[in-house]
Ligand binder design. Structure first.
Ligand code: ZN
Ligand code: ZN
Length: 415
């Protein structure tokens, strides 16, 4: 069966239905550009020989009025109440700083069921859902009354207007502010993010001095405080591009994203806050702080960055300077079984990783300093002690005495 023409659809609609301009026009919403549905409704009524080309500005009478033929069986009162809903949304924005927003609509149930009936009877060609029209019209009203813009991709705030009977309210979804940065960690005593006390799991006990924390502070806590204070966020989340061990320094500027949850303020002086962090702590230093978005946080978390490390190594037996020459044989592909220390977290398997460069310096009879540049995911401590042969080749075997990494710092991270 051929689809009905635009004119046929119109004739059937006018014949059998009593629709207002909004609802009539909405059945043809995809025709013409820059028109509102009530203007389409007028065109549909006025132009006898209706076709695709009828939907132009010139065919809209000068005295066209949005509120003239407004309200019908299909929409009830919703188009007459736009100012009311607009005001409710504006009121709900009151506490928040925002530049962009998005309106979502839950239309009254009877309006939705009437829409389904119309679509069933006359087809969905050329139409748009009533909630799309409502959110567009309310969005335009808000734009005209406040210095804000609709943003479909990354709105600061999404307001869902619930028009269903008995609900009649605005629910806000306040999107996070995301701030990109890089950090160095100069302490060997703090983790990247807060750890719950192992004894009480966070509820507070004698061992943790009733703080619930395993460590008094963390990289995250050293950084976030002034950002939470200024944005009036309810809390912050920390997304690190990997993490170093608690006892390792990071001198290679690790990337992170600080996520401020449900902030009231979004317009922050990041330069000033960065400075405040750096003046308030010796444990951490932050760099390059700037606004970013969700994709970047995901990016940073799953990026596999190559790294360079500096390790202090102690050996069981004394060794000669020349013995260390053997270390260069570790350059190339290294096979590592999942280390004992992480086995409970990761599936046991053998992984191949590449070691790009090594350098060393004898610092004592049974001590040397090692620098290793390696592929993301290489286990450096195991590369040194050999993990009972589970890493091959390994430095202990190569120099002929058991070696242990006693200190490990990250000195470069690929960006
Ligand atoms: Zn209507
Ligand atoms: Zn505790």
């Amino acid at each position: 069966m051929d689809l009905p023409t635009i004119k046929q659809k119109r004739d059937r609609l006018l014949d059998a239905e009593n629709l207002c301009d909004h609802c009539l026009g909405r059945q043809f919403a995809q025709l013409g550009h820059g028109l509102e549905n009530y203007e389409r409704g007028i065109i549909v009524r006025e132009i006898d020989d209706l076709n695709e080309d009828s939907f132009t500005d010139e065919n809209v009478p000068d005295d066209a009025d949005e509120s003239h033929r407004c309200g019908c069986d299909a929409c009830g009162m919703v188009f007459e109440e736009l100012d009311h809903w607009t005001q409710l949304a504006l009121d709900s924005f009151d506490r928040y700083e925002l530049e962009t927003f998005l309106i979502g609509i839950r239309p009254p149930e009877d309006v939705v069921s009437r829409e389904d009936e119309l679509w069933g009877e006359y087809g969905t060609e050329y139409t748009e859902p009533v909630k799309t029209e409502l959110s567009r019209l309310i969005g335009k009203r808000i734009e005209s009354r406040m210095d804000v813009k609709v943003d479909f991709e990354r709105a600061d705030i999404m307001a869902v207007i619930d028009m269903r009977q008995g609900k009649e309210r605005v629910e806000l979804q306040v999107n996070s502010v995301l701030i990109y940065g890089q950090y160095n960690k100069y302490s060997r005593e703090i983790p990247q993010t807060e750890w719950h006390c192992r004894n009480c799991r966070g509820s507070g006990c004698e061992k943790c001095d009733w703080t619930g924390k395993q460590y008094p502070t963390s990289v995250q806590e050293e950084i976030q405080e002034p950002f939470i204070r200024e944005s009036k966020a309810i809390e912050a989340k920390f997304h690190g591009g990997g993490r170093e061990d608690v006892d390792a320094k990071c001198l290679g500027k690790r990337e992170f994203v600080l996520e401020l949850i449900e902030p009231l303020n979004r317009d922050l002086d990041l330069e000033e806050l960065q400075e405040e962090v750096n003046e308030s702590t010796e444990k951490v230093e932050v760099f390059e702080m700037q606004y970013t978005h969700k994709d970047k946080a995901a990016d940073i978390k799953q990026k596999h960055a190559d790294k360079e490390y500096r390790a202090q190594v102690e050996t069981e037996k004394e060794f000669e300077e020349g013995d260390l020459e053997e270390i260069s044989k570790v350059v190339g592909v290294v096979k590592q079984d999942t280390p004992e220390r992480v086995e409970h977290r990761r599936a046991d398997k053998t992984r191949e990783r590449e070691v790009y460069e090594v350098d060393w310096e004898k610092t004592g009879d049974k001590e040397f300093e090692l620098e290793v540049k390696a592929e993301a995911g290489t286990y450096i401590k195991e590369l040194i002690h050999g993990d009972e042969g589970r890493t091959q080749p390994n430095i202990s075997d190569l120099i002929g005495t058991q070696a242990e990494c006693i200190q490990l710092d990250v000195i470069w991270i690929e960006k």
